[in-house]
Design a binder for this molecule. Structure first.
Ligand SMILES: [Zn+2]
Length: 280
């Protein structure tokens, strides 16, 4: 198994929104912010090459279709995912699977590409199965007003029309060593991929635990649609991670890429921190 973390760019999110009810006097000790309370967040994706020949992407970043609409987030350092793959000898057509943790714009924006002159959309990875949970798709199709601003139809509709979306209802092993589990709370039916490496299992925590600081169960983002459920689901994920000594990949943490987790009483903390981009 070859696992590589690829950052597709950065944006600013309000620290108050990222840490919900936690006061700034607490969260500012664990995550930096600027003078307008902006926290730099990464948009991290993962490229997985399996021994069986699958070329899998986990999430895609925001892409560049909605940068003007989303200018509040001050995106910067954006990379083109296709160019990043090309540097590694992989073309867009070679990608066999795209696992979409959920459909918020910062995770799935690069599923479709827009021709700047004609406005025509095309699939970025036309030969890939696009894995998604059925309950997440339902939320996307019929969004609650509190979540609707995070969903952009032009990011996914073409994939649905082309029949490349593969829906799952429950925890599912999709290939040897690749398991998808569902976690609720941040958004319905968020997929968390577990990748079995040589020594460790790596899990892409998505927005269940977006930052190393978010491992504290109470530190729940104000973007979460069901915070009580987020709390329970985070504990379920982290208890499993502690028990199996899994490496948690933080998709939005601009400073800490991944870590194992330790439990002290009812609290969780990052234990061994890893800063490589490649794992096996
Ligand atoms: Zn999200």
């Amino acid at each position: 198994m070859e696992i590589e973390l690829i950052d597709t760019g950065f944006f600013y999110a309000d620290g108050g929104a990222m840490f919900g009810a936690i006061p700034k006097t607490s969260w500012s000790k664990r995550y930096p912010s600027n003078d307008t309370n902006g926290c730099v967040l990464a948009m991290r994706t993962v490229l997985v090459k399996t021994p069986g020949g699958r070329v899998i992407l986990i999430d895609t970043g925001a892409g560049d279709k909605q940068l003007e609409l989303l200018s509040y987030y001050k995106f910067y350092g954006l990379t083109d995912l296709a160019e990043e793959l090309q540097k590694r000898g992989i073309s867009r057509n070679d990608v066999t699977d795209v696992i979409l943790t959920h459909l918020h714009f910062d995770h799935c924006g690069y599923v479709t590409l827009k021709n700047k002159e004609t406005g025509t959309l095309e699939l970025a990875f036309p030969n890939a199965k696009h894995w998604l949970s059925e309950s997440q798709l339902q939320s996307f199709m019929h969004p609650h007003p509190l979540e609707s601003a995070s969903f952009m139809r032009e990011n996914l509709d073409l994939a649905i029309q082309k029949g490349v979306v593969q829906l799952i209802q429950d925890d599912t092993s999709i290939y040897p060593g690749i398991m998808l589990k569902l976690y609720n709370g941040h958004s319905k039916g968020q997929l968390v991929p577990y990748i079995r490496g040589e020594k460790n299992t790596y899990l892409f925590a998505g927005d269940v635990v977006p930052l190393a600081a978010s491992v504290s169960p109470h530190w729940i983002s104000a973007y979460d649609t069901n915070p009580m459920l987020s709390y329970d689901e985070k504990i379920r994920m982290l208890d499993y991670a502690v028990k199996e000594n899994q490496v948690v990949i933080f998709c939005h943490d601009a400073y800490t890429r991944c870590a194992t987790i330790k439990k002290i009483g009812n609290f969780f903390k990052p234990d061994e921190v890893f800063d490589h981009s490649k794992y096996r």
